[in-house]
Design a protein around this ligand. Structure first.
Ligand code: FRU
Length: 498
């Protein structure tokens, strides 16, 4: 995705912003969305003084990409969010993605971001002039930032050099910054003593998925649950298992303070196999060693400009606790289904234990567009089974298992009432493993956002869907075979906005 190919919002469009009831059609009710206007990547995620700060790529003037600034929301539990004033505003350059870190005084928050210099071509379209890295500091706990006088601090004369990941390495006592050399499909590593003079120390890549440009690197250490092994994880937003779409890939390896050396694993490895989980980064300063909590933009530069929401555009994923597991094939990164974060919003469960379904359907006694479902199922090897939701005559979204092809899938072929882009409808899937005795699916449905966790997060699939108001029935199903639902549970989820 070349930066310059995006369209920018005009001022008149900007002023046409609407009201913010947060009850509009398609508006998620337990995922963060801005009250109004366009949002893409999460930026600068950090925990400070008991508060989680979520900054994000934001257009304060309209619901299309443009005028990029850092929007801001805060939360004490990663679920209930309060929108704050824009933390870093656009100047003559835009404020692109980046990260934050805590300074050694443990009071000052430091933001590293890409300043995007731009102009207009003869046709009046936005063009890139330069992308360089800048630093801003906050002395009021992350609510406002001041740029330092020596910005930009890192300029290599490139138009495709962005999304700095900033952290202080306690071992080497140096500031580190990773920046994506986007079109080269590389990540450059830099060191600094003072946040102003930066020296390149190594490069990583190309490796894994190189179909699309590389963006939004994140880099963090994780300890295995046995607390003996520690590995470094590099995540990079790039392509998707299906060419032509976007996703987040990851690498696991070792870091000697200068160079990241990946383990020999069957790259590309993806954090999520859906088409709308992008630009994910993790919270800094949480103090947790076994988990890194990630949020991602539920959207895609491929078609998000045309998604059918007016007042606002763009949602954040639920917080995902990423953890390391050791498998026969080496380490892998998995995502814990976020039940613990959401538990206070759960209504009474409805479900069954030990249900056999042969070519049948079971319908819960309620309709809902914001619910969670947990399915544990077994099958003798034929047909498909799972859950259909957002249903009516003309639409439905299906999450299930295809036992013959050994796949878990999320099918949104009929997931949007109106097809707004030919690349939108379709099916995403992950392989099932023959050694799985019981298959567990944890599903989080929230109007236009669907997040699927397979085998407690071994695989995830996240996608947008846009069903009309009347598409709201739910059915458990088994087709073409006998399925044993060892257990299933469905709960309506309360809104965080009421
Ligand atoms: C990723 C991205 C970043 C860039 C930002 C601009 O979605 O393209 O590379 O900084 O969005 O909004």
């Amino acid at each position: 995705m070349e930066t310059i190919s995006r369209t920018s919002t005009s001022q008149s469009e900007a002023n046409a912003s609407g009201k913010t009831t947060r009850a509009e059609l398609h508006r998620p009710q337990y995922h963060f969305t801005p009250g109004k206007h366009w949002m893409n990547d999460p930026n600068g995620l950090i925990m400070f003084n008991g508060m989680y700060h979520l900054y994000y790529q934001y257009n304060p003037h309209g619901n299309q990409w443009g005028h990029m600034s850092w929007g801001h929301a805060t939360s004490s539990d990663l679920v209930h969010w309060e929108e704050q004033a824009v933390a870093i505003s656009e100047k003559e350059y835009m404020i692109f993605s980046g990260t934050t870190a805590l300074a050694s005084d443990k009071q000052t928050l430091i933001a590293a971001f890409t300043s995007f210099d731009h102009g207009l071509n003869a046709k009046g379209e936005l063009i890139a002039k330069a992308q360089h890295q800048s630093i801003a500091k906050s002395n009021d706990g992350g609510y406002s930032y001041q740029e330092i006088a020596t910005n930009p601090v890192l300029d290599i004369g490139s138009k495709e050099f962005r999304d700095p990941k900033l952290f202080f390495d306690d071992k080497t006592q140096k500031w580190n910054m990773l920046v994506s050399l986007s079109t080269e499909r590389k990540i450059a590593f830099y060191h600094s003593e003072d946040l102003e003079k930066w020296k390149k120390v190594s490069e990583f890549g190309p490796l894994g998925n190189i179909d699309m440009v590389w963006e939004c690197p994140d880099f963090f250490e994780l300890q295995l649950h046995d607390n003996t092994t520690t590995k470094w994880i590099l995540t990079v937003s790039a392509g998707h298992p299906q060419n032509g779409y976007l996703g987040v890939q990851y690498f696991i390896g070792d870091f000697d303070g200068t160079r990241f050396v990946p383990d020999k694993l069957p790259y590309p490895l993806y954090l999520d196999h859906g088409k709308d989980f992008y630009a994910g980064i993790t919270f800094a300063n949480t103090g947790r060693k076994n988990y890194a909590t990630m949020m991602a933009w539920v959207g895609s530069h491929i078609y998000s400009a045309d998604t059918p929401t007016d007042v606002w555009k763009g949602a954040m994923s639920l917080p995902r606790d990423l953890f390391l597991t050791a498998t026969k094939g080496g380490y892998r990164l998995q995502s814990k289904p976020p039940h613990s974060y959401l538990a206070s919003l759960y209504e009474k469960p409805w479900g069954r234990k030990g249900l056999q379904l042969y070519n049948g359907m079971v319908e819960p006694p309620f309709k809902s567009k914001s619910f969670m479902a947990r399915l544990l199922l077994k099958n003798k090897g034929s047909g498909t089974a799972g859950i259909k939701f957002h249903r009516s005559e003309e639409c439905e979204t299906v999450v299930g298992v295809d036992f013959a092809n050994n796949e878990v899938f999320l099918d949104r072929t009929k997931g949007a009432t109106k097809i707004f882009d030919p690349k939108f409808p379709g099916k995403d899937f992950v392989p099932t493993d023959a050694s799985w005795q019981t298959l567990q699916i944890d599903l989080f449905v929230d109007h236009s956002v669907v997040e699927v966790f397979v085998q407690k997060g071994e695989y995830c699939i996240t996608n947008l869907v846009f069903p009309d108001e009347n598409c709201n029935t739910i059915k458990l199903f088994s087709e073409g075979g006998m399925t044993f639902f060892e257990e299933f549970e469905i709960r309506n989820i309360k809104s965080i906005w009421k």
